[in-house]
Design a protein. Structure first.
Length: 310
């Protein structure tokens, strides 16, 4: 005689049976997570870089026996790259061949560009590798850039391929705020603005070359006070000399004397002080003339008013 199974018993057996199937899956998932086998981003939000690095595949061309490199895009335009920053792009290198593609090297065209393969350089048929290319715009002059990376591999048809990056280096809004007191201000690429233009110059020409970079017209976006401003004109010649030689601590004014690692000697600094003094005298003279004209105009107006009352 067959035994009868009540509903509660049938329900509990069903739960046990389902548990027997689910439990191994839970254990496998836990082991995978513990040993790093879970897919990237499966347990959290994928970052912008992770999205770029998302797993992709390429179609395999079975007519080509052997490894075959396939570059999804061979050039990238960064457009504007601010000085002092690093621009980065990930190129996707696929293998559309039937054998393993081995990337044996990445060779940038210059030292300011770096190229690194993320992960293994061995790419199975249909798989992809990610090559991260970085351009360092630190101390780079303004203007267009074109750089390349040559990729070596065992791909059919020759083991050399190339990708390119391009863009335009633009002036950093923080460049002078962050580098004014560094020893490198008068060296390297910075010297092209702060040293080279003033070589062999004195007086007004030297001021225009070395000082007007910061103390030019505010309308031109210069960061320092204009020469004609009250902030500049309030100083005596001795104070100007001290400021030019030693700079102003905790400000964007660097020390220009050669004993402070600057580009100027005693004669050059003396010529700047003399020019600024002459400029100040001329400004004071012009102000006096304006004041006299203003007083004369005011007196004429007062006299005319008095005559009108009579």
């Amino acid at each position: 005689m067959k035994s009868r199974i009540t509903s509660p018993e049938r329900h509990s057996k069903g739960l046990i049976n389902r548990g027997l199937f689910v439990l191994p899956a839970i254990i496998i998932a836990a082991l995978a997570a513990a040993y790093g086998f879970m897919p990237k981003g499966s347990m959290g939000t994928i970052s912008a870089v992770d999205k770029t690095m998302a797993v992709k595949t390429v179609p395999v061309d079975t007519t080509k026996k052997g490894p075959q490199i396939k570059i999804e895009e061979d050039s990238y335009d960064f457009h504007d790259i601010e000085q002092g920053t690093k621009a980065e792009h990930v190129f996707i290198l696929g293998n559309s061949g039937t054998d393993t593609l081995v990337i044996t090297g990445q060779h940038p065209s210059c030292g300011c560009t770096a190229a690194v393969i993320d992960g293994s350089p061995r790419v199975p048929p249909g798989g992809v590798a990610h090559m991260r290319v970085t351009f360092d715009a630190n101390n780079k002059p303004e203007g267009p850039i074109i750089k390349s990376v040559t990729i070596s591999s065992n791909s059919l048809g020759g083991g050399s391929n190339m990708v390119r990056i391009q863009g335009r280096v633009v002036k950093s809004k923080l460049a002078h705020k962050t580098t004014m007191h560094l020893d490198g201000l008068f060296q390297g690429d910075c010297a092209s603005c702060h040293v080279a233009k003033g070589k062999g110059e004195l007086g007004a020409r030297l001021f225009e070359a070395d000082c007007a970079i910061c103390h030019g017209l505010k309308s031109d976006g210069k960061p320092g006070p204009e020469l004609a401003s009250d902030a500049m004109m309030k100083h005596s010649p001795k104070q100007w000399q001290t400021i030019i030689e030693n700079g102003i601590p905790s400000s964007a004014m660097p020390a220009f004397h050669i004993r402070n690692k600057g580009p100027l000697g005693d004669e050059e600094i003396a010529s700047l002080v003399e020019y600024m003094g002459a400029f100040k005298k001329e400004a004071e003279r012009n102000n006096s003339i304006k004041s006299l004209k203003s007083d004369a105009g005011s007196g004429a107006s007062t006299g005319a008013a008095a005559n009108a009352k009579q």
